[in-house]
Design a protein. Sequence first.
Length: 317
Amino acid sequence: MNISVIVPLKNEEESLPELAAWIARVMQAHHFTYEVWMVDDGSTDDSWQVIQQLAAQNQHIKGIKFQRNYGKSAALNEGFNAAQGDVVITMDADLQDSPDEIPELYRMITEGKYDLVSGWKKKRYDNAFTKNLPSKLYNYTTTRMSGVKLHDMNCGLKAYRKKVVKSIEVYGEMHRYIPVIAKWNGFRNIGEKVVEHRARKYGTSKFGLERFINGFLDLASIMFIGKFGKRPMHLFGALGSLFFFIGFVIAFYLTIAKILYYQYNMTDRPIFYLALLAMIIGSQLFLTGFIGELVTRNAPERNSYLVEERMDCSEKE
């Protein structure tokens, strides 16, 4: 199968028939074999009934329905698990992503140069204050912290090699950072393509202001897991040692001062309590590192690594 299209959605009953017909036209025009996974993330309208009707009319359309709303990351993760195409393309259901971009995205992946191609909505039709400016700040911050240089990290229109989506897991609000997750999993050939951004035709946006707070926390989680997920002691142990050393140096200085100036009272100085606090925090961080190591070493996936290629010369004998 050439292409799997994954469409996460919530309350998009009006746009689904038009989107399905548009995808079908593009696929037929380019003679692609394909499947479309529409993942209903707890819709309260008739989205699931529409998906069932579309699936009855077109055997390439398939559906997944969540019992309740879990979020876009969960919907994408289920779609990734179900996808069978050599190239996996994700797009939003609100018709702001154009299916006409699919052939070029497919070509960029199959040429072998890229593992992942992210859309870049260079010209946007969103509200400048509530979406455009925060998105620019978010993209700048993510690029600086992760080293993944993309203009539009959160664009829903992306294309992946099948191996990429089968090697990553997204949850929480981490769909915004899929390129970062892919990079930490060794898929460094990440590109982007300027894509058409269309004005929303039906309904309203499903994302609120809380996405900015959640997004920042998820970025911090990804950066930590990517660097220290299998070696937490390297972070907590280093910080703990640093804090304990600072506290010890201060305490040693106060002790020497007490010996030289016998009338000197250590506990009368605020710096004495700073030394105690630093040593306590250092000890706690160090113990946190030990606990993290114990959890990591007992985790079933502790020695799970992505192997790109394997060669055994003995097989030739």
